[in-house]
Design a protein around this ligand. Structure first.
Ligand SMILES: [Mg+2]
Length: 121
């Protein structure tokens, strides 16, 4: 399986099956899942804490380190998908709407090569 072969719906179905096989739906409340996204995002951030960009580049050549980063990223994504299930949010629609909104907030002619917030462009 890869990103090129797997749909968001297939990922959601895998998460639902994992959840339902364990009777964990009762724990998948919006609050718990939003907290879990933040907790897992912090675990991902911890992989980079205190390291310079150069150190991180070097570490990413280490398969063990890269695998740990991959696992934390998957944890974040898993809970994002679980929250979208709990809230019945179509993530593809939500993401594409957000890209469109961001495109309007950050027009290419004003923001290309600039990291300034849209209100400062
Ligand atoms: Mg984790």
């Amino acid at each position: 399986m890869s990103d090129n072969e797997t749909t968001i719906n297939e990922l959601k179905q895998a998460i639902k099956k994992f959840r339902d096989d364990r009777d964990w739906q009762k724990y998948h409340t919006p609050k718990n899942l939003a907290e879990s996204i933040s907790i897992e995002a912090a675990e991902l951030l911890e992989k980079f804490q205190w390291k310079s960009e150069e150190e991180i580049d070097e570490l990413l050549n280490d398969p063990t380190y890269k695998s740990e980063v991959k696992e934390e990223l998957a944890d974040v994504f898993n809970y994002c998908l679980a929250l979208s299930i709990a809230l019945d949010i179509d993530l593809s629609e939500a993401l594409l709407e957000k890209v469109k909104l961001n495109s309007e907030k950050y027009p290419v002619e004003k923001s290309k090569g600039e990291y300034k917030k849209y209100s400062k462009l």
